[in-house]
Design a binder for this molecule. Structure first.
Ligand SMILES: [Zn+2]
Ligand SMILES: [Zn+2]
Length: 168
């Protein structure tokens, strides 16, 4: 059993089992191995890297099973799928995990999470105002992280054309 496994993993497993039963899908060991791997990590990951990590642990799970189990977990709200402006979608566990939004560096693609209660206020205010029941939201901020900003500054100063005096 993985040390980092989320405390609520039993609940998560029950939700997944109930979902599989409801959808008449088989409760295979592979699907639970994938679920366990996802709930042992706390990052944003691509399907391919999840598949590679599972392979490294010598589990016999096919790439297709990883991909379609991920989609099942997204449909039952145990996993969130994001498009952060990269080619591939990124995923993260979502059950019992704090509400948060993301800020993404356009240079190094680093993803940082933040949580601001004002977003909840906007949701309930706009819901009331426009007569909507707000069910979910998606908010990504994009920018350049501190490290990449420094790198850009260094590059810019290296590329500065030399003045006439320096050329002599
Ligand atoms: Zn960066
Ligand atoms: Zn996140």
């Amino acid at each position: 059993m993985n040390k980092n496994l989320a405390d609520n993993f039993d609940e998560v497993k029950n939700i997944f089992s109930a979902y599989l039963e409801r959808k008449d899908l088989r409760k295979t060991n592979e699907r639970y191995v994938i679920l366990e791997e996802i709930y042992s990590r706390s990052d944003h990951f691509e399907a391919e890297s999840l598949f590679e990590d599972i392979l490294k642990q010598k589990h016999n799970v096919s790439r297709a099973t990883v991909y379609n189990t991920l989609e099942l977990l997204v449909s039952c709200d145990l996993v969130k799928k994001h498009q952060f402006g990269k080619n591939h979608a990124q995923y993260e566990k979502s059950y019992g995990y704090k509400q948060h939004d993301h800020i993404i560096c356009v240079d190094c693609k680093k993803v940082v999470e933040f949580c601001d209660p004002r977003i909840q206020q906007i949701k309930s205010m706009m819901g009331d105002l426009l007569n909507f029941k707000i069910t979910h939201h998606s908010l990504n901020l994009y920018g350049i992280c501190g490290n990449c900003l420094k790198k850009r500054e260094i590059e810019a100063s290296n590329n500065k054309p030399k003045t006439k005096k320096q050329l002599v």
